[in-house]
Design a protein around this ligand. Structure first.
Ligand SMILES: Cc1cc2nc3c(=O)[nH]c(=O)nc-3n(C[C@H](O)[C@H](O)[C@H](O)COP(=O)(O)OP(=O)(O)OC[C@H]3O[C@@H](n4cnc5c(N)ncnc54)[C@H](O)[C@@H]3O)c2cc1C
Length: 335
């Protein structure tokens, strides 16, 4: 029954299977799937690059792989250019393409795994830039009506690792295309993390978007495990945002507590710092563990089972709640 392995399609490297894999190359093949299956009571699931899912067991039904490719210029005016990407394009390849063309805006999000079509789901972001900063619209196939629907930026209600596609619209649409607004005369953003110091160490004063992209790739490769070598899903938990009053209590106990202000009365505490401070960094439980360099990343040392990963995640969540009174929410989509 579960004859199709999903091992090549999830970056955590979980050895699970499904009944059928259906690659979606274009709107016609998606529509055909919908026509042929809509009266059948069989489940289906959408996968892009499988870099933000934890598939804990074999999946009944069909896994649809988003393989819709293509890029096209929609408009340009002044300093702005609008590009529409097929949702099955690889995100990093799309960023590299934009960098090569000299279109600015995406370079800080270099090397994020996955597909373009999944980027709006959790409003991907890195090094001070989020998808929403460049997002114009997305087109999605509605499972209920079998038609294409356009969502403008405001309709997506983007937030920190959040959008309507993680809430009421979850499972209702297949994102087929997204349109991004890029800059023809880019201004670089090197404020965040180690970008400026990395460029400085390379003797670069006025960096181009290509140099910023290279710095981001260099930093990410030195800090994050490569899923091709060690299975993982990137950040496993979201950074908790807590009331300032609660943070003050934490700070009274732990003066060195890391934090970032995020608007009136609220503070973001890095989940990786909490996990490391609680002593979990480098912890190993059988085939799963907390990465030795980055406490926010859970890893598969080989042959891990989904339930082992969930058990470790729950232990960490309970410990952080007990020690600091802070709830950690999973960023990864567990199926
Ligand atoms: C090493 C590593 C580093 C990472 N770094 C970052 C980072 O810096 N910033 C960040 O934000 N994320 C990061 N991530 C997480 C991940 O790369 C992103 O969430 C990415 O957008 C997931 O894309 P995907 O195609 O792999 O999605 P998948 O894992 O295939 O899917 C994720 C979810 O979206 C749904 N979905 C996928 N495609 C569609 C579609 N076309 N229509 C509707 N639903 C869809 C799936 O059903 C699933 O629920 C990292 C992951 C790894 C492994």
């Amino acid at each position: 029954m579960f004859s199709q392995s999903l091992l090549p399609y999830n970056t955590f490297g979980l050895d699970v299977s499904t009944e059928e894999i259906y690659p979606v190359e274009d709107l016609i093949s998606l529509h055909q799937f919908w026509i042929s299956r809509r009266w059948e009571n069989r489940p289906w699931h959408i996968l892009g690059g499988g870099s933000n899912v934890l598939i804990t067991d074999n999946l009944a039904g069909t896994v649809l792989l988003n393989r819709i490719r293509g890029k096209r210029e929609i408009a340009r005016e002044g300093n702005q250019i609008w590009i529409e990407f097929g949702g099955g394009e690889n995100w990093h390849d799309a960023v590299m393409w934009a960098v090569e063309k000299g279109y600015g805006g995406l370079e800080n999000m270099s090397l994020i795994p996955g597909t373009v079509g999944a980027a709006p789901i959790q409003n991907i972001g890195a090094y001070g830039v989020e998808l929403k900063d460049h997002f114009v619209y997305l087109d999605a196939f509605c499972w209920e009506t079998g038609t294409q629907v356009r969502f403008e930026r405001s309709a997506c209600e983007f937030g920190y690792r959040d959008s309507i596609f993680k809430r009421w619209a979850k499972g209702k649409y297949f994102i087929t295309h997204i349109c991004l607004q890029l800059e023809l005369q880019p201004k670089v953003n090197t404020q965040y993390g180690d970008i400026a110091s990395t460029l400085q160490s390379w003797g670069i004063q006025n960096p181009s978007i290509e140099e910023v992209s290279r710095a981001v790739i260099h930093i990410r490769q030195s800090k994050l495990p490569n899923p091709a070598e060690l299975g993982n899903c990137g950040s496993f938990f979201k950074n908790p945002v807590i009331p300032e009053s609660q943070f003050k209590e934490l700070q009274a106990r732990i003066p060195e507590a890391k934090h970032f202000p995020v608007g009136a009365g609220w503070v973001k505490v890095p989940a990786g710092w909490l996990i490391e401070h609680a002593g979990w960094k480098g912890h190993r439980a059988g085939a799963v563990g907390v990465h030795e360099k980055q406490a926010l990343v859970l890893v598969n040392y080989g042959g891990a089972q989904g339930k082992e990963v969930i058990a470790l995640a729950q232990k960490i969540q309970a410990d952080i709640l007990q020690r600091y009174g802070i709830e950690l929410e999973m960023e990864v989509n567990a199926w």
